[in-house]
Ligand binder design. Sequence first.
Ligand SMILES: NC(=O)c1ccc[n+]([C@@H]2O[C@H](COP(=O)([O-])OP(=O)(O)OC[C@H]3O[C@@H](n4cnc5c(N)ncnc54)[C@H](OP(=O)(O)O)[C@@H]3O)[C@@H](O)[C@H]2O)c1
Length: 333
Amino acid sequence: MKALVFKEIKKPLKLIERPGLAPQSGQVVVALKAAALNRRDYWITQGLYPGVNPVVVLGSDGAGVVSLTGDGVDPSWKGREVIIYPGRDWGDSEAAQSKRFHVLGGPMDGTFATEVAVPAAQLHSKPLHLDWREAAALPLAGLTAYRALFSHGGVESGETVLITGIGGGVATFALQFAARAGAKVWVTSSSPRKIQQAVGLGAQGGFDYTNQTWPAEFTKIAGAPNLIIDSAAGKGYRSLIEIAAPGARIVNYGATAGQPEKLDMFRVFWKQLRLIGSTLGSPKDFSRMLAFVEKHQIKPVIDAVFPLSEGNQAIEQMARSPQFGKYVLEIKH
Ligand SMILES: NC(=O)c1ccc[n+]([C@@H]2O[C@H](COP(=O)([O-])OP(=O)(O)OC[C@H]3O[C@@H](n4cnc5c(N)ncnc54)[C@H](OP(=O)(O)O)[C@@H]3O)[C@@H](O)[C@H]2O)c1
């Protein structure tokens, strides 16, 4: 097998040959057709992701065909087209993951490879309306968007929803899901081109978060959001608290722009805001996300496709955030 291996912090991943994988008890081996990148992969290469150190194969997203089944696994899985739930050991609570929870692609070897070994319990049938690239783009970002928007955010038809930094992989799913749920969706972005693309996906319009007047413009044009889905935090977080409608929920799943500078707690309690943290999603969230995607025939937004051998270029490009949607790695055998 071939694998793109993270061997040293801040150094390119190395494409190496390895012996083929053998499934352990309860596991299968999936011959991968495509994988996809997440910001997490970039953070790991920079040494900025706690608990994941070299040497490991990165990649949390993958789609392919089951090639081998281990002891205790229903042999009829062999030959089936699958996508992979990207978490492991979520635990029994829907409220939050267990301490044992971890994500595929560090510390366990992930999907930037021609094959991956995973527990059979992580497999789901590939949605029929998606090709390999689209199927690989879905798992981690689709799951994160679904939990933030529905399980935590409780989005309802007719609500005004704001999604920040729409270029992000999770954000584009959140936009597609919220629009299909009947919400009026607005976005922010540093790029007028991405705002236009978001409108093409069903957004009402967008605002440039690098322009200090955006919160006032938002209030004038869009009113007050009932639900905000944010992965930036940082300095701009205070504006989210300012513009939120009374009783709004602000769901945060990342801190790309760092810690908020100041939290206006007077506004938080007076407006009865709910500030909610969200991470990935449970196996139940994943099943519900797949059902939603199939029901609405949603197709992931793919910005670019690279061969596995050019995974480093994809990660370098992601560092500059020119993308709208997902970067996919196509895997040839
Ligand atoms: N908790 C979890 O389970 C989980 C899961 C997935 C991702 N995350 C985190 O969520 C974040 C996004 O990840 P991703 O993979 O979806 O995104 P991504 O593809 O890495 O995109 C990042 C986007 O963030 C936006 N951004 C950057 N600075 C911003 C700012 N100051 N204000 C608003 N937006 C800003 C940019 O949007 P524009 O280009 O439109 O300006 C950029 O395109 C990362 O921090 C990631 O680690 C967390």
